[in-house]
Design a protein around this ligand. Structure first.
Ligand code: PEP
Ligand code: MG
Length: 323
């Protein structure tokens, strides 16, 4: 079975009706790249860079950022690599700098944290810009809640690029996009689409914040439903906004790697799915057996239903019937 799935490694993730998806990988360490390529990863859709220093006591300096990203870009070239700037804050902080917060998930996290801690953010951005000439880099900002944050981050990138140029270091301006994982960002996706080169939907946090349930809290885990109507409506709005603005939408939360959702995600018009490498072959097999038109019909049908249970039943039945 594993062999059969690996045999699809070099085949495109294309539906019967000619819709081509990019299937890419979520990684935390450069060491994961050979395994990702072995499973047919067409790029990296989410590189969670905070793991660079969660595992240790000190901060990486600019040089270490540069060397690490250069290695990943070169290993994947010419394939695209989406590197997410530090999603730090809350419980993800270097030892010694942890702040007590009642609700770490709603605290100074992700881009908010980085814009406040430029001593941490600038070396990362300079390292990324220096690495930009070594492959196909895309930069992604996490935990964005509005356009002002995106503008501030892009302004900083432009300033650092000028700074590097004055130092005699040439860089490429990489495409810059954002995670859509805060409901506020999803609701203004039409405006954010004008400021970004791409979106990547982080369903892990988007569902957490939409449903008001802590990802870690087992008591409310039963409410963690990717097919809840609120989530579906949000996904549809974000995908429609991206399509209208002509920018691509990726999904990099756990939902993206579960074959059950493939038809729905095709129907919504998502362009790229980012998941753990070993999940790629099965998702690809479902994509290749599917049609995007059927996905659109299914999405139209489930958007008329009411409870997550009703929607899940219809999707499961449809998937069992077809695949
Ligand atoms: C997400 O929130 O869906 C996501 C991909 O980011 P993380 O799991 O790292 O928070
Ligand atoms: Mg997240």
């Amino acid at each position: 079975r594993e062999k059969e799935l690996l045999a699809t490694r070099d085949l495109p993730a294309e539906t019967h009706d000619g819709v081509r998806l990019q299937l890419v990988g979520n990684i935390e360490f450069a060491e994961e790249i050979p395994n990702l390529l072995a499973h047919g990863g067409e790029g990296v859709g989410l590189y969670r860079t905070e793991f660079l220093f969660l595992a240790r006591q000190d901060l990486p300096d600019e040089e270490e950022h540069y060397q690490t990203y250069r290695r990943v870009l070169e290993a994947m070239a010419p394939r695209p690599v989406t590197i997410r700037t530090f999603d730090l804050g809350g419980d993800k902080l270097p030892v010694g700098t942890r702040v007590e917060a009642e609700n770490p998930a709603m605290g100074l996290r992700g881009l908010r944290y980085c814009l406040r801690h430029l001593d941490i953010f600038k070396p990362q951005l300079r390292g990324l810009l220096r690495a930009s000439v070594h492959g196909h880099l895309k930069i992604m900002f996490p935990m964005v809640s509005g356009a002002a944050e995106v503008r501030a981050a892009k302004r900083l990138v432009a300033e650092l690029r000028d700074e590097l140029r004055r130092e005699g270091i040439e860089t490429r301006l990489p495409p810059m996009g954002i995670m859509i994982e805060v409901p506020a960002a999803a609701q203004v996706a039409d405006r954010l689409a004008r400021e970004c080169d791409f979106f990547s939907i982080g369903t892990n946090d988007l569902i957490q914040y939409t449903m008001a349930i802590d990802r870690q809290n087992k008591d409310v885990a039963y409410l963690y439903r990717p097919l809840h109507l609120s989530v579906l409506r949000t996904l549809r709005f974000v995908c429609d906004a991206a399509r209208a603005a002509g920018i691509p939408v990726s999904m990099c939360g756990e939902m993206a790697g579960d074959p059950l959702y493939v038809l729905v995600l095709l129907g919504l018009g998502i362009h790229e799915l980012s998941m753990n490498g070993p999940a790629i072959p099965l998702v690809k097999r479902v994509v290749r057996a599917a049609s995007a038109g059927d996905g659109q019909a299914l999405v139209a049908q489930i958007l008329e239903l009411t409870t997550a249970g009703e929607i899940e039943d219809v999707v499961k039945l449809e998937m069992a019937r077809r695949f």
